[in-house]
Design a binder for this molecule. Structure first.
Ligand code: PAJ
Length: 281
């Protein structure tokens, strides 16, 4: 497994593979890797001749200085995990390599997609994500790129980005990987205390409960129920629970037969911000 730090060098490596007729799968990450990330790496390995993973904690997508500072970083362990998975290339640039002219983000227009949820609650977040992903796609002209449905809104934003900018890469959405107790795997889970970790599975069990009651209860009633349940747990504070259309992400006012509805949730557990979602209708 080769570890590369410069954009020019990774681009050369990828272009050499493609010149040999080999397909390349790309998994962008911010490191602190867990089985969720590794499931994307495995899928990329099944569907492509070579796999490249990027590890870069992107400063421009954090709208909270403390979250950026406390974001877990463990490159040595990450490299061991990737090597065990048979990853071929790792791109692990420094901030200055990705942002030689300062940490600036481009302005994008994703329409209604970014007017809700993470777009509304984390101003500038998706401009930061799109900025870095566009730079990564430029440096890593892979055939396919793999994204998790845990960050479902991000997945739709990236699909919109490649369409708008005519980027020739297939975007593959991958299922959420959970701990045995249902908690969605996340790099941020490492920051939970033992007591918080023990409470955290309640987020997913509440989502499952919401899914089982959707239709019987209206979206407004479901939101009230989820807020009451989550806020009753020590140190848990609901940031949002939104029943929304799976394609447009716009909030739904009713459940209707021919409309796919997902429930999107963010919970602050102590100072750790946890995100999850489930198909509810
Ligand atoms: P990061 O949070 O490290 O996630 C990297 C990829 O792993 C994302 O596509 C995310 O959805 C996926 N992922 C994380 N946890 C998962 C889980 N439990 N199951 C399935 N997939 C999971 O998302 C980012 O980094 C950044 O925003 C990035 C796209 C790299 C741009 O900086």
């Amino acid at each position: 497994m080769k570890v590369v730090k410069k954009r020019e060098e990774i681009k050369r490596e990828i272009n050499e593979l493609k010149a040999k007729g080999l397909s390349v799968g790309f998994v962008p990450t911010m490191g602190a890797l867990h089985q969720g990330h590794l499931s994307l790496v495995r899928r990329a390995g099944k569907e492509n001749d070579r796999v490249v993973v990027s590890i870069f904690v992107n400063p421009t997508q954090f709208n909270n200085a403390e979250d950026l500072e406390k974001y877990p970083r463990d490159l040595a362990t990450d490299l061991n995990l990737l090597s065990d998975e048979g990853c071929d290339l790792v791109f692990a640039p420094e901030v200055e390599e990705m942002y030689p002219d300062g940490e600036e983000k481009a302005a994008y227009d994703f329409g209604l997609l970014t007017g809700v949820m993470e777009g509304a609650n984390r101003p500038g977040h998706f401009d930061g994500v799109a900025t870095v992903v566009e730079k990564l796609f430029e440096a890593i002209p892979a055939d396919r790129a793999y994204f998790g449905k845990k960050d479902y809104q991000q997945l739709l934003v990236i699909r919109s980005l490649v369409k708008q900018r005519n980027i020739d890469i297939e975007i593959v959405g991958c299922e959420i990987v959970r701990e045995a107790d249902g908690l969605a795997m996340s790099s941020r889970n490492r920051r939970l205390t033992a007591a918080q970790r023990a409470r955290a599975p309640f987020i997913y069990s509440t989502l499952q409960k919401a899914a089982s009651l959707a239709g019987q209860l209206s979206p407004v009633e479901l939101k009230e129920l989820v807020a009451k349940e989550i806020n009753s747990v020590e140190e848990m504070e609901l940031e949002y629970f939104e029943p929304a259309d799976a394609d447009t992400l716009q909030p739904v006012e009713t459940f209707e037969k021919n409309k796919n509805v997902m429930g999107f949730i963010v919970v602050n557990l102590g100072s750790v911000r946890l995100i999850d979602n489930i198909r509810i209708f």
